[in-house]
Design a protein around this ligand. Structure first.
Ligand code: ASP
Ligand code: MG
Length: 456
């Protein structure tokens, strides 16, 4: 029995939190592999330091050191503290060198290397803590553990085959000897030995990659909430934790909804049918949410969750007969790709194509779209401050009348539907409403379809 346990930034962000984590890990039966994020706030701090052009490397190193040592002094004393300091300083020297090495910055993967430093320290702290409790534990960087990644800087994808070869070689003997490996999340190593991050929040994905590679029996994502919720509890007071979901539902929710899970976490575990559990490190007895192959809905409710995303804009590009000129669509999509924006929905008509993006991406997107040939494009319109609602549930589209029921409820609160995306996935129905009516819509849908009878 192998469990991969991943702990997020707030779960390793203080001495108290680390103690809770160490207890959870050591009490877990069977072989366990632990993956950690950096302490909360550390990745942002590193990014800030870099964006400041490393103006005050000494001051930055001092702050970094203080934050970690504050915690270490609460956890260790005597020889345990000294031994921690030795390992810590070794890694700190590397971090300090990176802050002053101007040549290193030329490497396209430098940013990945720098912003992934936090994980190398949090893993060290937890491994020392578990050791101090009388267990065998070792801190491993992703390089040492053998998490392989490929892709462009800041946007890595795990190479599952290579990862499997290496991690099995490194980690299996440790598990057999009862050693608990504590691995840095967030990044993998490229063929050429460079650190490559998996995007913000990527430690979840690193854990899933290790779960896949090691054929784990379960991957647990330990965070500071009880799991996926039926709605944002700040909007809907009677929102409840979802006990179980299938992989596709969780994937859609992770993509659109609350930041409980990095959306890419699903794929590596789904491939091997490994159950994924979301657990709360502040409330370990809470069952959380389990994500696995679900053949049947457990509670007869069609809808699992109503998620929302605000601060979005609809960009509408008009061009004559665009539906018959796919090459123009291709050019528009290419410009979006160049701008590197996430597109949350697309819809087309004979002479327009509309897509939904974040407000913050509008400027760059317009700049790129304006590079298109003016004889191809007639007009570009922007509608700002709209919100996306994403209702998630298994096989929604196979229930006749479901959309009608949903939009009937939206009409009840008098909200105008600005854009609809349905049919792309069997587990979600997405539509856009003005921001000022979004919470009303979420509330009514939650009440009707999750608390109440809804469509059965
Ligand atoms: N520490 C990284 C971040 O803040 C990765 C993670 O937490 O998953 O994005
Ligand atoms: Mg996270």
């Amino acid at each position: 029995m192998i469990t991969v346990m991943k702990f997020g930034g707030s779960s390793v962000g203080s001495a108290e939190a680390l103690m809770r984590v160490a207890k959870i890990v050591t009490e877990k039966e069977g072989g366990k592999i632990v993956v950690v994020s950096a302490m909360s706030g550390i990745t942002n701090f590193l990014i800030g330091t870099m964006e400041n052009g490393f103006r005050d490397p000494e001051g930055a190193a001092e702050l970094f050191c203080e934050r970690h040592m504050d915690v270490a002094c609460k956890l260790f004393e005597g020889e345990a503290l000294e031994s921690y300091k030795r390992d810590f300083n070794e890694r700190l020297d590397i971090l300090k060198d990176l802050m002053v090495d101007e040549c290193a910055r030329i490497d396209p993967y430098f940013e990945d290397l720098f912003i992934s430093q936090g994980e190398r320290f949090s893993s060290l702290t937890l491994a020392h803590l578990i050791e101090s409790m009388g267990f065998d534990s070792v801190a491993l960087t992703s390089e040492e553990a053998g998490i392989y990644a490929e892709g462009r800087p800041l946007n890595g994808t795990a190479d599952l085959e290579k990862t499997s070869l290496k991690t099995n070689m490194i980690l299996r003997p440790m598990l057999q000897d009862g050693v608990i490996p504590i691995i840095s999340g967030y990044y993998g190593v490229t063929e050429s030995g460079r650190a490559l991050t998996f995007g913000r929040g990527g430690s979840d994905y690193a854990a899933a990659a290790i779960g896949n590679a090691m054929n784990a029996d379960c991957v647990e994502i330990w965070t500071d909430v009880n799991g996926f919720m039926s709605a944002d509890p700040r909007v809907v007071t009677d929102a409840k934790t979802i006990e179980e979901m299938n992989y596709s539902e969780a994937g859609e929710l992770a993509y659109f909804g609350a930041r409980v899970l990095h959306p890419r976490t699903i794929e590596p575990v789904q491939r091997k049918h490994i159950p994924l559990r979301i657990k709360n490190s502040y409330d370990p007895d809470n069952p959380g949410t389990v994500i696995h192959n679900l053949s049947k809905r457990s509670d007869n409710k069609l809808l699992k969750s109503v998620a929302m995303k605000v601060d979005l804009s609809i960009i509408t590009v008009s061009a004559a007969d665009i539906a018959y000129r796919p090459i123009i669509v291709a050019k528009i999509v290419e410009k979006l790709a160049d701008a590197g924006v996430a597109v949350y929905a697309i819809s087309t008509s004979l002479s327009t194509i509309a897509f939904l993006i974040h407000n913050l991406d509008v400027k760059q997107t317009l700049k790129n779209l304006n590079l298109l040939d003016s004889k191809d494009i007639e007009r570009i319109d922007v509608k700002s401050n709209v919100a996306l609602i994403c209702v998630v549930g298994d096989s929604l589209l196979s229930y006749q009348g479901f959309s009608g029921d949903v939009f009937g409820a939206v009409k009840e609160v008098g909200a105008n539907v600005e854009m609809i995306s349905e049919g792309a996935s069997d587990v979600s129905l997405n539509f856009v409403v003005p921001t000022d009516s979004v919470t009303e819509v979420v509330k009514v849908l939650h009440q009707k379809f999750i608390v109440g009878e809804g469509t059965e």
